[in-house]
Design a protein around this ligand. Structure first.
Ligand code: PLP
Length: 478
């Protein structure tokens, strides 16, 4: 692809937008500048390719396409069928999955589709059976009452939020925690690792309908073969949310016991994190759940977004290329170099290191909360996010952790040497930041002091580090 073509495409698009609402064109341009200038260590973000971005900005967005390929509730969906079928085919081939549903608009939506599919497949309910075969009008008020009671009172066992699980794995403020009677499994307090015997014990006691594996902030590999055995031993459906590490599965860094696809009944993911596609979600499943999963829209989801499915097809085609495996390996090499760099300078890391794309720093060792550390790093041009650590004394809002991840910087081309320099910058900021106090003299969880001169100096060093690795080098908007 010539650099000229990319520049021309984005420049022309901005010109067209500018003619209608120049402030939007300006904001889009400013966002590119900001992204180019920041050292992005947010573990859940990445930079999609120009081809993926361009596949989203077109008239596919105008089309309604409820239903699935070849079975739509709207006429004229032949071209949507083409891109949806392509995206699903790439997903099946890439992950070795029996079935792929590429319509979910996000990871949370993909999880809702999966929950519905498992409930519909597993819950023994005569009322539900009637509803499924579209005899909805035959259902009495008593049937509806029974159906709500049966569907709304099932059990889910997932990883706890402070051990690295996601909100949608049954955490109370999320709909999953309200729909399901939920218990969670944590990690070993000494090692920070999943204790599979404890998970098995919790499963035996609780007998969940769904056992959820997967995480947002666990820096290690998960043995999905063992989790499947645990699920089987109690008759649970095994669901894995691989939103964070889908790119490592796609790039064959996680194989065998650590690849969820052969082990889980159903796998959900986002497409925009380590997988480096457009913002969106997907569900992969075994054949027996395919029918229910395909009911995602309109059962759970609003109308599919054909322009995003087109972009998913492009990004998944990219992930099937051999160089994606190299990218995935470099993500992990970089995360390990970053972890080493931090450890050698005295930082405390949850689990003492990483096997994947993320590192979780326990910043209480620096006398800070996650909130203070996140803000001080941001002042210094380093973008991270605060995150709970196991048994976090500062709670889910302030937290004691900083989560950092390498998918985005690896896309820019930074390598292990730059990760060591990044570790130095992070360590410098955290050692030079001091926790502040409230007006009444009590320790504040939010206030901090950091010499602005030092913050500026680090921000300059971060910019220098990025200068050799331009973001979207083919895009010149000037
Ligand atoms: N599942 C996991 C494990 C996640 O980490 C996230 C996002 O952070 C999601 C689901 C939700 O994804 P989305 O923001 O696309 O809905």
């Amino acid at each position: 692809m010539s650099r000229n073509a990319e520049s021309t495409a984005f420049r022309s698009a901005l010109e067209v937008i500018r003619a209608v609402e120049p402030r939007v064109a300006d904001a889009i341009g400013a966002e590119l500048t900001d992204q180019r200038e920041s050292l992005k260590l947010i573990a859940s973000e990445n930079y999609a390719s120009p081809a993926t971005l361009l596949a989203m900005g077109n008239w596919f967005s105008d089309k309604y396409a409820e239903g699935t390929v070849g079975r739509r509730f709207y006429a004229g969906c032949q071209n949507v069928d083409t891109v949806e079928a392509l995206a699903a085919e790439h997903a099946r081939e890439l992950f070795g999955a029996a079935h792929a549903y590429v319509q979910p608009h996000s990871g949370i939506d993909a999880n809702l589709v999966a929950f519905w599919a498992v409930l519909a497949d597993r819950v023994e309910s005569p009322a539900l059976k009637k509803a499924q075969v579209r005899q909805v009008n035959d259902l009495t008020e008593a049937d509806w009452f029974a159906l709500r009671r049966e569907l709304g009172n099932q059990r889910m066992l997932g990883m706890s939020l402070d051990a690295g699980g996601h909100l949608t794995h049954g955490f109370r403020p999320n709909i999953s925690g309200k729909m399901f009677d939920q218990r969670s499994y944590g990690t070993d307090p000494t090692t920070g690792l999943i204790d599979y015997d404890r998970v098995a014990e919790a499963a035996r006691e609780f007998k969940p309908l769904i056992l959820v594996g997967g995480y947002s902030a666990y820096p290690r590999k998960v043995n999905f073969r063992i989790l499947r055995e645990i699920a089987d031993s109690v008759g649970a459906t095994f669901m894995v949310d691989m939103a964070h590490f889908a790119g490592l599965v796609a790039g064959k860094v996680f194989t065998g016991d650590f690849d969820p696809v052969p082990h889980a009944h159903i796998v959900t993911t986002t497409t925009h994190k380590s997988l480096r596609g457009p913002r969106g979600g997907m569900v992969l499943c075994q054949p027996e759940l395919a029918d229910q999963v395909d009911r995602g829209c309109p059962m759970v989801l609003g109308g599919p977004l054909p322009h995003v499915m087109a972009a998913k097809a492009v990004a998944l085609a990219e992930a099937r290329r051999p160089d994606f495996a190299d990218y995935a390996q470099r993500i992990v090499d970089n995360a390990q170099a970053l972890a080493e760099g931090l450890l050698s300078r005295g930082a405390t890391l949850v689990t003492g290191g990483t096997d994947n794309h993320l590192v979780l720093i326990d910043v209480s060792g620096y006398g800070l909360t996650g909130r203070q550390a996140e803000q001080a790093l941001l002042d210094s041009g380093i973008v991270t996010n605060r995150n709970s650590v196991p048994q976090d004394p500062s709670g889910a809002w302030y937290t004691s952790g900083i989560r950092i991840g390498t998918p985005a910087l690896t896309t820019r081309g930074l390598g292990t040497a730059e990760m060591d320099q990044t570790a130095e910058l992070i360590h410098t900021v955290l050692t030079q930041t001091t926790a502040g106090a409230n007006a009444d003299g009590t320790p504040s969880k939010a206030k901090y002091t950091l010499d602005p001169g030092l913050a500026d100096k680090v921000a300059g060093q971060a910019t220098d580090l990025l200068a050799t690795y331009p973001l979207y080098p083919g895009v010149d908007l000037s």
